[in-house]
Design a protein. Structure first.
Lengths: 470, 470
């Protein structure tokens, strides 16, 4: 049997914690240290780890063990780690903590993380926590919590660094030094007037490069990029990405500075939005938790509505087939090509929709480009349809004779063009109706294109084959 | 007619440049200033604008106008703006510039942007530019260009700030001040030993907070997070996102520091990867340019291969139908439900695949979770299938009588379960085969599920209806 390694003997690489086995070894070693009440070892070990990793280790422990470990750390450290814990685990630990301890922890957390936590508490817990906080913190919490979900205001933080225009560079650096422990970032500092209107931004880089006695006024950028608190959070993330900003100031209707959005928060928004769009593309509603945590009922609910809706959509395809029953009964060979033709229209449409949804999401294509994009799409679809028609006409001759081959080839061209036009237009239409273009997902477009495909195929078949029979 | 506003009269909000009309007005005003050779006005106006916006304005001008405007700015400003220009526009301008001017510009660019540009030049232009650069820059360019596309090495920059462990905080700030003009960031500084092995990282925040005579050695994080130069670039982006880093050090096989990846580059990677995955989900190959710039042939190529492949996949569905021709001929009412049943299996499968692909991409689900995820998926699919069966059985009775209703309901349950299992397993399988799980897109899963759906439906129908007829 191998001996349990003590915590400080472990040399843990950051990426190694992703392995469940390594995480278990670290958690076991941490349990030993906890049982011995060896705060020094725990602190030394956690010191070498990133807060995100410490949070992962705590999540591998039982709640009471995690709480005991937290208590061995200083408050600031606790607050940092707490911000990285899973939402559910945060709530569980907060239930275990005394009300006063929890209030102290919240006071030490960064403002954006603590308002996220506050919003997740049930109303009783929210009420219980407020008296433990200082008035300024209560006000800050209430104000940040008041912004609607999905806005820049809801992801911003209010602990930004401020300077006045008359400070010298040297004084400004001193001022930032004093704010460094509390501010989310000191690399961008904001200059506001008496009414808290944003009048400039200066970077710490510019401050340290400048001569000591130069005034902030002459160093600052007086036309800084900003975003309104009620703008969508994606807008904030896109601005940060476009201008390569470390932080983006957020202003309210009266041009007053109310917070900042930092680059790391913008990354999170970007990832969440990409996930939501991706899930929508597969007709899955956004999950609030990760896939691994989601229960069966959650997964069921995220999927059933679209599935049932699409079933009813496909009834039209069925009705289309039923309508042409005579043609089919007379030429059963037509059925062989039915899945192939229908699927091709759906696939071409899904491709078009995918291209458009993403181009609209990244701003690569705008509403005004509609006509030019549609024209190019028509040309592309024609090329695609002809290629596909050539590919299937040989099989058409083999399985059904030359007449069927002609029907299949013509249908293929028409179906691919119509499917592509539907796939391309639907995202534009949804966008025009102020709906999310990502709703025009592959399965939805496929279902609509299916109906069109059935009608086109059998209509062409009826025309040509009846003509031939006559 | 309205008078043309002069450039300095324009008060342009950053977001306003997204409007083509505003951009045109600014471009017109810039042309006037250029014609008059009024460098002062141009510089003053550009001073109030972000480099990304100036690049957009230049792109709205003709190449020779843009070049004339660039020449009115100082070299450092030129280099910054040039980095924001479209790849194609960069090449066009570089062709217009003299070889010496272009070499000077490249020398002033940030190291990661100039290697990106260098890699886009044709071999002759690459050769032509090298003699104009200093030896250190040539070596840097060749070294950075040597990393394979898609690796952390290929997106890193080599202009990072370094310190030595024996410096005091005050000396370190002085040292960073001296490096501030050339380094990509001074907010993280790297401490390397004599062999350039990374021994620590310190933030400017910690340096300004510390007392002036404290040594870097005691302030630095001696176990910094890093990434290998040959690791995938998504890995680097994920680490930056997980640990909320401003910059991530990149090391080579010998643990030597070779560069850093900054947060803004990580955001770009994240967005590009999300776009690629999204396009894959719709069976579109990644486009090198944006949708708006892509020509018809580019779009055709990005789509035709999958379309044709899927056609041949659907031949199996057709063959399945042909195989059951007798059953169908005897019960044409079955055809009404064909599109509906097939589509349901495909849709359920597309949903499962979408969930899995994204969960694998974000690391939410790992390969080892396969069995537990599949178990839960089976339960979810059973619930979904039963709900759908209930939804369609009423139509079954109406359109085909009770026997058909039973066939349709049983088929629905079986098809939704099989479709979901296919959709869930395919991404895992692809991942196991070292292929990108995102290849398991909605259209591919739909096509596979279609074949299964046809076989299941008509097999059940044949069994039950033949039994009833007997």
């Amino acid at each position: 049997m191998t001996e349990t390694k003590t915590l400080l003997d472990l040399e843990i690489d950051h990426s190694a914690l992703a392995e469940p086995e390594t995480l278990e070894i670290v958690a076991d070693a941490a349990r030993v240290v906890l049982k011995e009440g060896d705060a020094t070892s725990l602190r030394s070990f956690f010191d070498t780890q990133e807060p995100a990793d410490v949070a992962e280790i705590l999540e591998a422990l039982d709640e009471d063990e995690a709480l005991a470990a937290m208590r061995m750390l200083d408050l600031r450290e606790q607050a940092k780690i707490f911000g990285y814990l899973d939402a559910r685990y945060q709530i569980e630990l907060s239930d275990l903590m005394g009300r006063r301890d929890f209030a102290r922890l919240m006071a030490a957390m960064s403002h954006d993380e603590r308002v996220d936590l506050y919003k997740r508490l049930d109303p009783a817990a929210q009420e219980a926590i407020l008296p433990g906080l200082a008035k300024a913190e209560r006000d800050d919490l209430r104000k940040l919590a008041s912004y609607a979900e999905g806005t820049a205001g809801a992801i911003m933080t209010s602990d930004y660094a401020t300077l006045t225009p008359d400070m010298t560079a040297k004084e400004a650096i001193e001022a930032l030094r004093a704010q460094a422990l509390d501010a989310e970032t000191v690399y961008q500092a904001y200059i506001v007037d008496d009414e808290r209107r944003l009048v400039g931004v200066v970077s710490l880089r510019d401050l340290i490069v400048a001569r000591a006695n130069v005034r902030v006024r002459t160093l600052m950028d007086t036309n800084p990029v900003s975003v309104g608190a009620d703008e969508p959070r994606e807008e904030a993330a896109q601005i940060i990405s476009r201008y390569d900003l470390i932080a983006l100031p957020v202003i309210n209707g009266g041009e007053k500075l109310v917070g900042i959005v930092t680059q790391d928060d913008a990354m999170d928004v970007q990832e969440e939005e990409a996930t939501t769009d991706f899930l929508k593309s597969g007709m899955v509603s956004a999950l609030k938790t990760g896939m691994r945590e989601a229960g069966i009922y959650t997964l069921y609910r995220a999927r059933i509505v679209w599935l049932v809706l699409l079933v009813f959509g496909n009834i039209f395809s069925g009705a289309g087939i039923a309508y042409f029953e005579d043609t089919i009964a007379a030429h059963l060979a037509l059925l062989f090509f039915l899945p192939l033709l229908i699927a091709s229209g759906g696939n071409a449409g899904a491709q078009s929709a995918t291209l458009m949804v993403r181009a609209l999401a990244t701003g690569d294509v705008r509403m005004g480009d509609w006509a030019s994009v549609l024209g190019r799409e028509f040309a592309t679809a024609l090329l695609l349809g002809v290629t596909m028609a050539v590919a299937v006409s040989a099989i058409g001759v083999l399985r059904g004779g030359p007449a069927i081959a002609v029907v299949v080839a013509l249908s293929m061209i028409a179906i691919v063009i119509v499917g592509s036009m539907i796939g391309m237009s639907l995202p534009f239409l949804l966008s025009k109706l102020k709906m999310d273009p990502a709703t025009a997902s592959a399965p939805l477009v496929t279902s609509i294109a299916d109906v069109a495909g059935v009608l086109i195929y059998f209509a062409i078949a009826t025309q040509i084959l009846v003509m031939m029979d006559a």
